[in-house]
Design a protein around this ligand. Structure first.
Ligand code: GLN
Length: 279
């Protein structure tokens, strides 16, 4: 069987199983297994698939058809042009979150010589480690309540060749009395009652990273209430929010922090995805 024959066999099976992007997922699995780039796969699709690779591809295909996210199957996800290892202990980095990282990067350009940055609820570390990689003058701390997530973040830190402090604990309890120039967070924000209705891929992700309490806002309440004690003068907080949550989170930020500026930023789909406050 050659590559294009395997793709022609895999795509309809993926589609029939309810996979939203069958072509993309089939290609990712083939690229990863065969060690080929997207361009190589396209122009050398008449190459034979070696028998050992075929067995592996078929195992991946059946996992994907059962609903497992392709990033868990491959063990990695692309984010901000970087590769992050992911497993079922961490949320899969989303493109939505790149909006938060881009806004934080702009803020860091105007910041002090070595700004202290905190990624709260760091998960795989995709926010904080992208900042460490793309704004090398920043001193980055990653905090998470999950030791499993911190282990993945540590592996990602080594793989990306960047430095960060890793702290374990529940929100700000992880960082004692430390203060930062920029706090970035993508906390759990799905209203609990909506979790069961999310697409089947999301059901594979850790509930701990998704469950934002009855109205989805539990973590924003706690973060907003405690943030001032962890921000340096002139500091800023950037929070990712779920669709429709921005007005309520902006109110929380304004109510708890003496902001000189506060607002929201839209993602590529036009959804208000980030709430920020500068003090
Ligand atoms: N973006 C995720 C989703 O919509 C949720 C992430 C979160 O709760 N922080 O599935």
């Amino acid at each position: 069987m050659n590559i294009s024959e395997w793709l022609a066999h895999a795509v309809p099976l993926l589609r029939a199983s309810g996979c939203p992007d069958p072509e993309v997922d089939a290609r990712w699995m083939a690229e990863d297994t065969l060690g080929m780039t997207r361009t190589e796969l396209k122009f050398e699709s008449d190459r034979a698939v070696p028998p050992s690779a075929l067995g592996q591809l078929e195992r991946m295909l059946s996992r994907r058809c059962a609903g497992e996210p392709v990033q868990y199957i491959l063990g990695s996800a692309d984010f901000m042009g970087l590769k992050f290892q992911v497993g079922p202990g961490v949320l899969i980095p989303r493109q939505d979150t790149e909006t938060l990282v881009e806004a934080a990067l702009i803020a860091l350009q105007g910041a002090s010589a070595a700004p202290a940055v905190l990624d709260l609820c760091a998960g795989s570390g995709c926010i904080g480690l992208s900042l460490a990689s793309l704004a090398p003058h920043a001193r980055v701390t990653l905090a998470d309540v999950s030791r499993e997530a911190l282990e993945t973040a540590r592996e990602n830190m080594h793989a990306l060749g960047v430095k960060a402090e890793l702290r374990h604990g529940d929100l700000f309890a992880a960082v004692g009395r430390e203060r930062f120039d920029l706090i970035a967070s993508n906390p759990p924000y799905i209203p609990r009652g909506e979790l069961a209705g999310l697409q089947r891929e999301v059901q594979y992700e850790p509930r701990l990273a998704l469950d934002g309490g009855a109205d989805g806002l539990d973590f924003y309440r706690r973060i907003a209430a405690e943030a001032e004690r962890h921000l340096n003068p002139g500091g800023a907080i950037y929070l990712e929010v779920g669709a429709g949550e921005a007005p309520a989170v902006l109110e929380l930020v304004k109510a708890h922090l003496p902001c000189v500026e506060a607002g929201t930023i839209k993602d590529l789909n036009g959804v208000e995805r980030v709430v920020f406050g500068k003090i």
